[in-house]
Design a protein around this ligand. Structure first.
Ligand code: UTP
Length: 466
């Protein structure tokens, strides 16, 4: 037996993972090297510990049973403890001072959507067919022009999405943002394990079934890649975090930033008021003065259904994964620990069986380990939530056409509905259901649209303002 195989076997045997070398003898030297490299990057002790703890939900129940309503502000609400115009003014100040950067996480595999490219390359513009990336980058560019400042954009990719994303953005000139202001960095991976046995799955004879380590992998990857230091060098203090699948996000929204700054928060998160107890959103709760997000799948039914005396849900705040975080806080977190905790998700993961056949399971067969960015929340000294209107802020693209929700069709319809509302506010007559679209470079909001010189003609056919 060769020395490398012997060394690997010794490591693997300690954790019952020797099967990873089942096909070793038939591999080429290059394939052996590739497999050995992957095996050496895996922390098998961690994987074993995570698998052993994967079913334990008692801690969550204990936490949720002590939940109270989080400290919150409502965007656009004059009765809010911080008036919206005061918040907006403070946010604009921070933007103009060059203290704000944008962080887009785009490392996910997008398995539910089933698109054979990074999700950011999906064409979603209801009239233009623009991709998610183009919409997001144009928003960052429009904000930087509006506030007369460079707004660096950090984009987290993963080994699954990195090369194609980099090539796509280069090919399109980063949609107008200077090269120096778009910084890509790649997140880490974790192996998927068989849900029954905890054995790491093989994706091929010489490859482990590795997947990105969750959006929470951002904390470690941002630091390790040097991108966090890049932001500090630029004088950035606040990071506006958003996810690639939501084209309705108000990137670098000054009002949202303003609540964060005036409340002296380290981590601020956008939420929507849940319509049902078990809506498919993370639930933001407050326990002993700290904020936590509990996944809807982890929320016990009886606790989810609890109502206050006025009939409203006690656990009412659903996270839409838009946050602002302080850079020094992120730096502290990246240095203090080996990373955020891992969560277990039961997923369908293709794998090689003992005979070397590729099996594509029809039911979840595996556990993936992922870090979630919202686990930063309880670690923040001060954290607040800001309520926004879901119709205007949240339309995530998650599923393929034909699914009941969050499909390309439903997201396009939601985008059109928002633009239709802006146009109507501006005095246009717009026929119902007609696709309309406004480029972020044309107007970032209804007020900016209002300020444009436009002929108010009735809109009855698909129309793009760009
Ligand atoms: P989701 O949790 O919806 O995952 O990601 P996904 O990969 O897009 O889709 P499915 O679950 O495989 O169908 C929410 C956001 O977090 C990013 C995604 O790119 C998306 O912006 N993300 C997720 C990462 O950047 N890295 C990850 O490891 C996971």
């Amino acid at each position: 037996m060769d020395a490398l195989k012997q060394r690997l076997l010794t490591t693997l045997a300690a954790f019952g993972q020797e099967h990873l070398l089942s096909f070793w003898d038939g591999l080429s030297p290059a394939e052996r090297e590739a497999l050995a490299t992957e095996i050496q990057t895996v922390d098998f002790r961690l994987v074993a510990d995570l698998f052993a703890r994967s079913e334990d939900k008692t801690a969550i129940r204990e936490l949720v049973s002590r939940a109270t309503a989080p400290r919150s502000y409502r965007c656009g609400d004059p009765a809010s403890a911080i008036p919206p115009d005061v918040a907006r003014k403070r946010g604009v100040e921070a933007l103009r001072a060059g203290h704000v950067a944008a962080m887009l996480v785009a490392g996910g595999q997008g398995t539910r959507l089933g698109f054979p490219h990074p999700k950011g390359m999906f064409p979603i513009g209801p009239v233009s067919g623009k991709t998610l990336f183009q919409i997001h980058l144009e928003k960052v560019l429009a904000a930087s022009l509006r506030y007369g400042v460079r707004i660096p954009l950090y984009i987290m990719t993963s080994p699954d999405t990195h090369d194609e994303t980099a090539a796509f953005l280069t090919e399109h000139g980063r949609f107008g943002i200077p090269a120096a202001d778009v910084v890509l960095f790649c997140q880490g991976t974790m192996p998927a394990v068989d849900a029954k046995t905890g054995k790491v799955l093989l994706a091929d004879r010489h490859r482990l079934a590795l997947s990105p380590d969750g959006h929470g992998g951002m904390v470690t990857a941002f630091h390790r890649s040097g991108a966090l230091d890049d932001a500090l060098r630029r004088g950035i203090r606040h990071l506006f975090y958003f996810q690639v699948d939501n084209p309705l996000v108000h990137v670098c929204d000054p009002e949202f930033l303003g609540y964060h700054l005036l409340a002296n928060s380290e981590f601020t998160t956008q939420v929507v008021r849940k319509r049902e107890p078990l809506e498919r959103l993370g639930n933001v709760i407050q326990v002993d003065g700290r904020l936590y997000v509990i996944e809807y799948s982890d929320l016990p039914d009886d606790l989810a259904a609890r109502r206050a005396s006025d009939g409203t849900l006690e656990i009412w705040a659903g996270s839409i994964a838009v946050h602002v975080m302080e850079l020094p806080f992120l730096q502290r977190m990246a240095k203090a620990t080996s990373g955020l905790p891992f969560h277990c998700a039961h997923k369908k993961v293709p794998y090689l069986d003992e005979q070397g056949n590729l099996i594509r399971p029809s039911e979840p067969n595996a556990i993936k380990f992922e870090r979630f960015i919202f686990d930063l929340m309880p670690l923040a000294e001060r954290a607040i939530v800001v309520e926004v209107d879901p119709e205007r802020h949240f339309a995530p693209l998650k599923n393929a056409s034909g699914h009941p929700s969050d499909t390309p069709e439903s997201v396009r319809a939601r985008l059109s509905a928002v633009y239709r509302e802006w146009l109507r506010k501006t005095g246009f007559e717009v026929a119902d259901h007609v696709p309309v679209e406004i480029s972020p470079r044309f107007a970032l909001d209804a007020e900016e649209l209002q300020s444009r010189m436009l002929t108010r003609r009735p809109i009855v056919t698909p129309t793009y303002f760009g």
